[in-house]
Design a protein around this ligand. Structure first.
Ligand code: ADQ
Length: 484
């Protein structure tokens, strides 16, 4: 295999590539520009590895036509990739969030297929790949993230055969029957195969990928390995992402957070049960069905607003995509109905908030809640479930969790539900409300141990460790196999 040397000015031994940079551009009142670290967990995860290597992070700043470079962040060089307004519409809102997002989430909304969106996806992926190719040192490691950039590994491999490339998909990888709808299915699979290691949240995602590669591209596969005709071996594996457990646990133990949690309960009227939902406002999160289940329990008199309140935080996102605007209107209406029908003066059944909160306020909400209700219809992992667990240092509280969230693989002691089954959800909510403290403590202890042992730093170290293992090329005779 020929190895292209890196360009003369390439200096980074590790390059992380994600759609967004880990900072947000903020325009202050006086018109000056500053950058604020965005709250995402990914930056916490890769910070230690970035410091160990000489690291750069390549991503979009979030605004149109901006290649203004933000200052370095905790020892990481931040390198912007500019997107035009039209590319934001076609690549980001279009192909990423209007085609891939619904397709990869069990088609819970209908994916749209437009050829011009695909063209923009190819163009932008190439721009990212070229930027990385110009920055990576010879034999550097590159870690590409998520569904917006699935062509980057393949494009980068063509530009720089010397690189060791890893890819991690944060959302589910769909079963072959759904993926097959995609008119560009083969190009996406070939894009991913540019990586040496392709990571998924669940083992099922890795299995779906390997099966599709065998069926649609015709490569030889064995278990989680793909043998390419050029001698490369690609590994597919699950790396369930996690949270900054020690950081969040410590924050939740602070006196300020404890005091704020108490205050939140008081403001909610000190009911016996505070139920909590925290989500990006997205149709995959199952917000509508969970509120319906709660409303039916009120309607049937199984619970009363004097004893149970639902605090639902739903931060609007992707509001330029039609489907998201519609969802926001539907949930606004449903909350209005429920509060109109079952609320009393000073006692709404649902306390519904659109705002985005700092970490300490989130920790206070997690501490204030007796039951976290996490019921996505499909979710790669769902960090909220793990965050709730990290904040329950007294081993109390109940987690009601959808079996369709990646987190359900690890948090087996949660009250697991099928979010499509409203009756099942109602009875599980009641079961969680009436559970004995000893039962709750047993469950929570086990879940806390799991999340503590598998925090986000361990996740990143695990992925990077596997990526850096040398995998010699194979000498198998490979010939196309038939569809199975
Ligand atoms: P998301 O779909 O964004 O992530 P999730 O895993 O739940 O979903 O993470 C959301 C994060 O935002 C959590 O850390 C949560 O605390 C925070 N958050 C939510 N609402 C907030 C608010 N109002 N204010 C402040 N913070 C808020 C995608 C995949 C997931 C996968 C992650 C990570 O869809 O399945 O778990 O990536 O890989």
């Amino acid at each position: 295999m020929s190895v292209d040397p890196g360009p003369a000015d390439a200096t980074y031994d590790l390059v992380v590539v994600a759609n967004r940079l880990p900072v947000d551009r903020v325009v202050e009142d006086d018109g000056s520009v500053s950058w604020r670290r965005s709250p995402g967990g990914l930056v916490t995860a890769v910070e230690p590895v970035m410091q160990k290597y000489d690291g750069a992070w390549v991503g979009w700043t979030g605004g149109p036509d901006s290649d203004e470079a933000p200052p370095d962040e905790s020892g990481m060089r931040l390198v912007p990739v500019a997107l035009s307004a039209q590319e934001i519409e076609e690549f980001y809102e279009g192909f990423s969030n209007g085609t891939l997002w619904p397709l990869y989430h069990d088609v819970v909304a209908k994916p749209e297929f437009h050829r011009e969106w695909w063209d923009a996806y190819v163009t932008v992926n190439r721009r990212f790949a070229e930027k990385v190719a110009s920055l990576a040192a010879e034999n550097a490691m590159v870690w590409v993230h998520d569904y917006q950039l699935q062509l980057v590994p393949g494009m980068l491999r063509e530009l720089r055969a010397d690189l060791r490339i890893g890819f991690f998909l944060h959302i589910p990888f769909p079963p072959a029957e759904l993926f097959a709808q995609l008119p560009w299915r083969r190009q996406i699979l070939e894009g991913l195969l540019g990586a040496d290691l392709v990571g998924f949240q669940r083992p099922g995602g890795a299995q779906n990928f390997v099966r599709l590669v065998r069926q649609r591209v015709g490569h030889k596969t064995h278990r989680d390995l793909v043998y390419l005709p050029d001698g490369r071996v690609v590994e597919a594996a699950a790396f369930p992402i996690s949270i900054d457990f020690p950081g969040l646990a410590e924050l939740s133990r602070s006196e300020e957070v404890a005091a704020r949690a108490k205050e939140i309960r008081e403001q909610l009227g000190n009911p016996r049960h505070v139920l909590l939902g925290v989500d990006r406002l997205d149709y995959t999160k199952g917000i509508f069905s969970r509120l319906r289940a709660f409303a039916e329990l009120l309607a049937e008199g199984q619970i009363d607003v004097e004893e149970a309140v639902f605090l639902q935080v739903a931060t609007p996102s992707r509001e330029r995509v039609d489907e998201y605007r519609r969802l926001r209107d539907e949930i606004d209406r449903l909350v209005g109905h429920i509060n109109g029908d079952y609320g009393r003066i000073g006692r709404p059944a649902i306390s519904y908030l659109h705002a985005s909160y700092p970490r300490d306020e989130m920790a206070a909400m997690f501490r204030a809640a007796d039951i976290a209700v996490v019921t996505p219809l499909r979710d790669g992992m769902n960090l909220v479930a793990k965050e709730y667990v990290a904040c329950r240092q007294q081993d109390d509280g109940a987690l009601v969790l959808s079996e369709f969230a990646g987190a359900a693989d690890e948090l087996k002691q949660a009250f697991l539900v099928n979010p499509y089954d409203i009756n099942g959800m109602k009875s599980t909510l009641l079961e969680a409300m009436h559970a004995q403290p000893r039962d709750l403590a047993r469950r929570m202890k086990a879940m806390r141990k799991t999340v503590k042992e598998h925090d986000v730093v361990a996740w990143a170290a695990d992925f990077m460790g596997r990526l850096s293992e040398v995998r010699p090329s194979h000498h198998k005779r490979v010939h196309p196999v038939e569809d199975d």
